[in-house]
Ligand binder design. Structure first.
Ligand SMILES: *Cc1c(COP(=O)(O)O)cnc(C)c1O
Length: 351
């Protein structure tokens, strides 16, 4: 048997910056004006590790967390119990009831069926209004006060579909949500995600629900100077070689050397979330030296050009350019996909 106590060092890692996460939450809380910022921590804290993210934001003063499902609520229950509210955005399905009706987390009720299902529990809930995204939520036309009698609604919320753009949909959704609030007996109100916070005071209500921007995403120019990078991707060089003119690199020979130069093979690939959109486009760095990705990204490896850092060798580490706006422009992938896709094989190291 192998010895379970001998550590196996990772060859690629995500360095996570606690101070940047807290600074982002505090900045978004400030930008939310009179509203208080909560935090969307679904999908394992957007892939960064939900328990670390929640511990950090609890200490910063965050009092409302938004997860997708009951598994995610359970994963943070010991951290949040008695300290913060947890809302389950996907609502409550029939099969969830045995767990949900005993959980301290609240379902975000998304349909009249879910309202009926939840009423007998006499427990608090949130409620989602469909203001035009047509994903989840109760239509305003179906909102009759008598249907809601007996419900204790904490947050009556809706969700913006296009807050990252300046089109007419934001105003339309705002008007629709306000009409719903005339009827809805909720303790607190909430509409804005990260980008919605930047739309201004009209969109803030009582609670905001930033997600992406907590983790370094920038979807609107107003947030450029406000949001800091939280996750930095680094990989180890596992082999160095020298190409001759005409040598080809990687699957389908998508790079062919036109002069002799050194390259390095890194132990990171699309199985780690460094997706094929970075083939021939991604950039690594060592100090000031720029080390472009050559050819296709493989499952577990990628080749980079070492022309500007010929002294590097096996065991050295290089930094991936992975600030979300830049990496999104390079790869054509959304900032959401880039952050939530970081694989489990990467070690996550908080500082
Ligand atoms: C994911 C989500 C958010 C957070 O959105 P970001 O764009 O990541 O800030 C807020 N509200 C709801 C309902 C969500 O599903």
């Amino acid at each position: 048997m192998s010895d379970p106590d001998i550590p196996i060092p990772a060859t690629a890692r995500v360095k996570l910056d606690r101070a940047a996460l807290v600074a982002n939450w505090s900045a978004l809380d400030r930008l939310s004006g009179k509203a208080k910022a909560g935090a969307a921590v679904k999908a394992n804290g957007y892939g960064l590790g939900v328990r670390d993210v929640v511990s950090c934001l609890l200490a910063a003063g965050c009092e409302d967390f938004f997860v997708a499902n009951w598994q995610e609520a359970r994963e943070i229950e010991d951290l949040t119990a008695g300290k913060a509210a947890v809302s389950v955005l996907n609502g409550v399905q029939k099969a969830d009831m045995p767990f949900a009706s005993r959980s301290p987390a609240k379902p975000v009720l998304n349909s009249l069926e879910q309202v009926q299902r939840w009423l007998p529990t006499a427990r608090p809930c949130d409620l989602m209004i469909n203001s035009g995204m047509n994903r989840l939520g109760i239509n305003v036309a179906d909102l009759q006060p008598d249907i809601l009698t007996g419900l204790t609604i904490d947050i009556g919320m809706s969700h913006l579909a296009s807050a990252d753009e300046d089109g007419p949909q934001n105003r339309d959704q705002l008007a629709c949500y306000k009409a719903a609030l005339e009827i809805l007996p909720a303790c607190r109100t909430s509409l804005a995600n990260s980008a919605g916070i930047a739309l201004g005071e009209d969109y803030h209500f009582d609670v905001t629900r930033p997600g992406l921007s907590l983790y370094g995403g920038v979807q609107r120019p107003e947030l450029e100077k406000v949001v800091r990078q939280v996750a930095a991707l680094q990989a180890e060089i596992i082999q160095v070689r020298t190409l001759e003119v005409g040598d080809k690199v990687g699957y389908n020979a998508q790079y062919i050397a036109c002069c002799p130069h050194p390259i390095a093979i890194l132990a990171i690939g699309y199985a780690d979330g460094y997706l094929r959109g970075f083939s021939g486009r991604g950039i690594f760095r060592h100090g000031d030296a720029k080390l472009p990705v050559l050819g296709r990204v493989s499952m577990d490896m990628v080749a980079i050009d070492l022309s500007h850092a010929p002294g590097l060798s096996e065991g050295d580490w290089v930094d991936c350019v992975y600030d979300l706006p830049t990496a999104s422009a390079q790869s054509g992938l959304s900032q959401y996909e880039l952050i939530t896709g970081l694989g489990n094989r990467l070690s996550r190291e908080w500082s």
